[in-house]
Ligand binder design. Structure first.
Ligand code: PLP
Ligand code: COI
Length: 355
């Protein structure tokens, strides 16, 4: 499939790199592709960034048949345009598709399309420390019908946004509310898919926790509300006396690309890391015994986000004396160093968008 490029007649001014925030500015072009039952995925093109025109009855508006991804592009000191493990995001998007009854796409083709779009927009990649070009591929159901069923037509869109840190705190420790009322995902549900509806369902708890001054919620398992699952849009790790513990994956946790990268880095440094069930009781006990050395969330948007305190059932669990822990710091520096092309890429994680 060819990808024609219709260039924007006028280019937008680039935003101030010191004031990017997260996902507030968008580049000049976007990628769009259509799906129809008898045609498959077709009509791939790069066009000027613009609003989409959709029928108000489009299934996505009513029943949230939609999936998305989040990845980043960086500019190396030599001017190369680098993507970080993008094939992992393509694979996960197809897995999300499978769960949400959306037809699979060709991962190689889409990776090529994303490289082409990012290369076209490379002047938008910010270079200040902690910045990058965030890539948001998403797929929406477009059949105009009110019956609840899987759509027979879809739109695949990719937009790009120059971003700074996800949290205003940056790499400083954040405060987290351990959510004991609402749940994010349950066995057999859609928690391990990057489905749009998962995020809408999480808003209530996030809003409540924000009112109490917390940056995010820590989700517990839906059945007993005892075991740690994820933090907002991040996977989570606890350093318990030198051993890093993260919840094992099931169908309630999003298998993060950053989570996988953290595990691989820790193993390469001979730092013990285990994936297992971890209860809040165990986290609280570890803190009482002085073994809770650090905790952090990890994800594409936030990279590594240290957790300074957890508010749980009316008590506050303080972690790391308000400072970023040594392992968290080393992970942040190494991951961002590899992503930006300033550290050796021993795992061959980066992909040159222009090759
Ligand atoms: N968990 C959730 C719910 C997410 O939305 C994300 C973000 O993508 C992650 C975890 C981290 O995944 P990744 O490291 O692939 O960005
Ligand atoms: C990401 O980390 O890429 C995310 O998608 C998080 C969020 C903005 C939903």
């Amino acid at each position: 499939m060819q990808i024609p490029v219709h260039k924007a007649a006028e280019l937008k001014p680039k935003p101030d790199q010191a004031k990017l925030g997260f996902g507030r500015f968008f580049t000049d072009h976007m990628f769009v592709m259509e799906y129809r039952e008898n045609q498959g995925w077709h009509q791939a093109r790069i066009v000027p960034y613009a609003p989409l025109q959709l029928d108000p009855a489009a299934l996505v508006f009513h029943y949230a048949q939609a999936v998305f991804e989040g990845m980043k592009a960086f500019r190396s000191p030599e001017g190369k345009v680098l993507l970080f493990r993008p094939e992992q995001n393509m694979r996960r998007l197809n897995r999300s598709n499978e769960r949400m009854c959306i037809p699979a796409f060709d991962e190689q083709f889409m990776l090529g399309a994303i490289k082409k779009l990012v290369a076209l927009e490379k002047d938008w990649i910010p270079t200040e420390s902690g910045t990058s070009l965030y890539i948001r591929p998403f797929i929406i159901a477009t059949d105009a019908v009110l019956g609840v069923r899987a759509s027979s037509s879809y739109k695949f869109v990719v937009i790009l946004s120059p971003v700074g840190p996800y949290y205003p705190e940056g790499i400083n420790p954040i405060s987290i509310h351990v959510e004991c009322r609402y749940v994010r995902a349950v066995r057999g549900g859609t928690g391990s898919a990057k489905a749009a509806g998962n995020y809408a369902g999480g808003l209530k708890a996030q809003e409540n926790s924000k009112k109490e001054g917390h940056a995010q919620v820590l989700w517990l398992d839906a059945l007993e509300q005892k075991y740690v699952e994820e933090v907002g849009a991040m996977n989570v790790f606890f350093n318990l006396g030198g051993e890093l513990v993260t919840p094992d994956l099931g169908d309630t946790i999003l298998p993060g690309v950053t989570r996988d990268s953290v595990i691989k880095l820790l193993r390469s440094w001979n730092i013990p890391v285990v994936e297992r069930r971890l209860s809040m009781d165990e986290v609280a006990a570890a803190q009482r015994e002085g073994r809770l050395a650090e905790a952090f969330g990890c994800g594409t948007a936030a990279v590594i986000s240290p957790i300074g305190k957890l508010s749980w059932q009316g008590t506050t669990i303080k972690i790391g004396g308000g400072k970023i822990g040594a392992v968290s710091r080393r992970l942040y520096d190494t991951i961002t160093g590899i992503q930006n092309g300033v550290l050796p890429d021993q795992f061959q994680w980066t992909v040159d968008a222009e090759s």
